[in-house]
Write a protein that binds this ligand. Structure first.
Ligand code: HEC
Ligand code: HEC
Ligand code: HEC
Ligand code: HEC
Length: 148
């Protein structure tokens, strides 16, 4: 075997040994317990608090009149928490301050502002043209936005 090849083999052996040593020290303890991931990650995810409460039902028990308005409207497919944010704190202790009530034009624009990349199933308006002096909710009821 030529001496250059021997030297290369030694260099490789050293690199592989270093890699194995580094891997031994850097690998998290529960890695590979169930598959190619940290076993402890399952427990960590399970322990996270659930921020979104059970779909619409929980909100409806207290806000049935609003739910009825929404259910009869074009916004019926939108979950309360899509617009009002996660409801876990509010459901535990209902207060105005622990639930989002956003109504700026930009908020409605998240779904309705004109954007060529957006699916046409949602009606789009030009935010700089469409009644730009007023807030959307001064004309449209957010839970039943059609005016006609
Ligand atoms: C246990 C009854 C109860 C449940 C369940 C409940 N709410 Fe409420 N909610 C209230 C009460 C009471 C108020 C009025 C609080 C006040 O006037 O201080 C309120 C107020 C609100 C407001 C108005 C906040 C404001 O700034 O005026 C919004 C929005 C709201 N709730 C959304 C929701 C959503 C979304 C859900 C489901 C995730 C939900 N609520 C579940 C009782 C409830
Ligand atoms: C498309 C977004 C959207 C959805 C979906 C939605 N809301 Fe609202 N909601 C709003 C906006 C915006 C306001 C603020 C209206 C205002 O300030 O006049 C509001 C206001 C409220 C209020 C305060 C009382 C009022 O009439 O102003 C309550 C309570 C509320 N929503 C509950 C709900 C519940 C319960 C659901 C699900 C059944 C729901 N909302 C679904 C956007 C939404
Ligand atoms: C999470 C996305 C979302 C948000 C936020 C949202 N909408 Fe909608 N909106 C929809 C969908 C989906 C429809 C049903 C499809 C359609 O008709 O465009 C709809 C329908 C409408 C329509 C009826 C359009 C038509 O002629 O059929 C109006 C008006 C409207 N929304 C106004 C508003 C206003 C005002 C706000 C803010 C308070 C708002 N929307 C927030 C998704 C959204
Ligand atoms: C001064 C009242 C007024 C304000 C403010 C207003 N709208 Fe409208 N909107 C209307 C009227 C009237 C129509 C129906 C006639 C039309 O299409 O212009 C309409 C139609 C729509 C439609 C349906 C468009 C279509 O293609 O059929 C959407 C979506 C909409 N508005 C969303 C919004 C949003 C989002 C805002 C806030 C950024 C807003 N509107 C602010 C009065 C208003």
């Amino acid at each position: 075997m030529p001496v250059q090849v021997k030297r290369l083999l030694i260099a490789f052996a050293v690199f592989i040994a270093l890699f194995l040593v580094a891997r031994h020290f850097l690998r998290p303890a529960t890695f590979g317990e169930y598959g190619h991931y940290r076993g402890a990650a399952l427990k960590e995810n399970e322990d996270r608090p659930i921020k979104y409460v059970n779909m619409n039902e929980t909100c409806i028990t207290c806000h049935d009149s609003i739910a009825a308005v929404r259910d009869s409207s074009v916004h019926k497919s939108i979950n309360c928490q899509t617009c009002h944010g996660p409801g876990y704190k509010h459901v535990d202790d209902p207060q105005k301050t622990n639930i989002v009530k956003e109504h700026a034009r930009e908020f409605c624009g998240r779904c309705h502002s004109k954007n060529p990349a957006r699916a046409k199933v949602i009606k789009q308006i030009d935010m700089n043209e469409h009644n730009k002096e007023d807030e959307c909710i001064s004309c449209h009821n957010s839970h039943n936005p059609v005016l006609w």
